[in-house]
Design a protein around this ligand. Structure first.
Ligand SMILES: [Mg+2]
Length: 190
């Protein structure tokens, strides 16, 4: 079992100009590590739509690698996105499903299928070939470089322990966060 904070710290240490899209229980821990020009927390009314927002960005921004940190509860709300990712594959797209088996920020209620669902099987069934389930730190370290260097679309399933993340609350409202990302993408697009 992984610790999500340990994983996020490793990701933040390696990350440079990749766009990181976060959602729900990952948004605040990631903001604590990184809140820069290429970070965007797709929260407020965005539950379930980080993976598809990121897919659109990956299509529109081929010179940027897009890494999405999506919870399992959020992923369950947009399973069809996996089919879309396979249908319109882009090599700069990375989706990380952070599986703790619960809706963490509302009190760790079990998600449907907790303990039974297999996200790797679902992603492969959707037509995505590069899918890796990561169970522990040694798996994580062995596959870590692929997040930054592998040819997408890539899907990772991080098996993480439950934590106690509160409801995310941001200094900048959603529209300002969206404006910041758009502005920085426009400045860095050639
Ligand atoms: Mg969860």
């Amino acid at each position: 079992m992984l610790n999500k904070y340990t994983c996020l710290k490793k990701l933040a240490a390696r990350r440079s100009d990749e766009i990181i899209i976060t959602n729900m229980g990952i948004a605040k821990p990631w903001e604590n590590l990184s809140d820069g020009p290429f970070d965007f927390a797709s929260v407020d009314s965005g539950m379930g739509h980080a993976a598809d927002l990121a897919h659109g960005l990956a299509i529109a921004q081929p010179h940027h690698r897009i890494i999405t940190l999506n919870g399992d509860g959020s992923m369950l709300m947009c399973l069809g996105t996996l089919v879309t990712i396979a249908q319109r594959p882009v090599n700069n797209y990375v989706l990380i499903i952070i599986e703790n088996g619960t809706y963490e920020i509302t009190g760790n209620q079990f998600v449907p299928g907790a303990g039974k669902i297999n996200y790797e099987t679902i992603a492969r069934g959707a037509g995505i070939d590069e899918v890796y389930t990561i169970y522990d730190d040694s798996d994580f370290d062995a596959k870590f470089a692929l997040i930054f260097e592998g040819e997408g679309p890539l899907v990772f399933v991080w098996k993480v322990a439950q934590a106690n993340e509160p409801v995310p609350n941001f200094q900048l409202p959603l529209w300002e966060r969206a404006h910041r990302l758009r502005k920085n993408l426009n400045e860095n697009t050639n």
